[in-house]
Design a protein around this ligand. Structure first.
Ligand SMILES: [Cu+2]
Length: 217
């Protein structure tokens, strides 16, 4: 290759070189009190400058084998969530949470339209028929959000350079949310990493619904 002075090649190289300057990667590692990975933790990230909430989405929170699936759904403010019931038994879903109060009277299949979540906060879901069914909708005004994987890891790419506020939430936390917040500087030089380490063990999970339930509504 001798055409190093080719202006088009030069332009392409310039563009490739310019992209990383604009953005970087932000990685979060969440660990339990015993230093094992904290899987399924909700991570939210807000920028200090030009903070823009993520665009609303349409999510689905199913009911399978007398449990909410998934157990936690994270959605931006303004999103809708549909609550199909895939079980053969009927469920009656409700929330008394101030973030969003609603009730879907006894049903199976999907007879109801999606529910709109227009306020940030946590919505705790229950079922009037099966007390052990507990689910959560985390409604956020953050720019980036997600849940940690089986290794306790979560990351986001193409983050514009700047200072970001990282938070962690989980329904079984004993640690205060404030103790798990970090400000992280994202640059284009190298991936920004932060570790969120729990000081206390999680609260015990609610008992799983019994597969032998005799409820036949
Ligand atoms: Cu139920």
């Amino acid at each position: 290759m001798t055409r190093r002075s080719d202006p088009i090649v030069g332009l392409v190289l310039l563009l490739v070189a310019a992209v990383p300057v604009m953005a970087g990667t932000l990685s979060v590692q969440a660990n339990l009190a015993d230093h094992g990975p904290f899987a399924g933790a909700v991570i939210t990230v807000r920028g200090e400058a030009s903070h823009a909430p993520a665009a609303p989405i349409s999510a689905i929170l199913d009911q399978i084998n007398l449990a909410f699936v998934p157990d936690i759904v994270v959605v931006p403010v303004g999103s809708t969530v549909e609550f199909p019931n895939s079980d053969s038994v009927s469920h009656q879903i409700y929330s008394f949470s101030p973030t969003k109060r609603f009730q879907l009277p006894l049903y199976h299949g999907k007879p109801y339209p999606p529910v709109h979540f227009d306020q940030a906060g946590v919505v705790t879901l229950g079922c009037n028929i099966h007390d052990k069914m507990v689910g959560y909708i985390f409604v956020t005004d953050a720019t980036y959000f997600g849940r940690t994987d089986a290794h306790g890891a979560w990351s986001v790419t193409n983050v514009p350079r700047g200072i970001y506020h990282v938070s962690l939430w989980h329904p079984l936390l004993r640690d205060s949310v404030a103790s798990l917040e970090r400000d992280v500087s994202v640059t284009s030089d190298e991936p920004a990493k932060t570790t969120l380490q729990l000081a206390q063990a999680l609260r015990p999970a609610p008992l799983q619904a019994s597969a032998r339930s005799k409820d036949e509504y």
